[in-house]
Design a binder for this molecule. Sequence first.
Ligand SMILES: [Zn+2]
Ligand SMILES: [Zn+2]
Length: 138
Amino acid sequence: MSPALALDLEVAAVVAVAVLIVALAAAASGACRDDAGTAAAAAEDVERALGGATLVAYAQAGEAARARQRCCAFCQSEYVKAPGELVRVVPACGHFFHAACDADRWIRTRRTCPLCRGALWPPAPRPPVRAAAVVVVA
Ligand SMILES: [Zn+2]
Ligand SMILES: [Zn+2]
């Protein structure tokens, strides 16, 4: 192999590696943007789930929900209808937990219902699909 050919091959290899690095960096930055968007949306869901609207007195939690959930999943003690007993309600499934039992920490770190492990919020309704206009040319 001549020295000139070896140099050409070396330059070609360096260019190929540089192109690969740029392509990987571009793909990675795109992936990071998507992850950041998803993470931001999930963080927003968590903050909404931990808002004042989901912190209610046990007596205010839905009657049907109270009938099927008599004990707190964290402390296993029965709920009482004392005015000061606040519960954190998961909007998607209606499960609730003593606020004092720190369900908030679970929700903040795992982003799911502590009891059923379901999502915090029901899935957003999909926009209606509009029928495409049909033009008939006679
Ligand atoms: Zn509890
Ligand atoms: Zn649940």
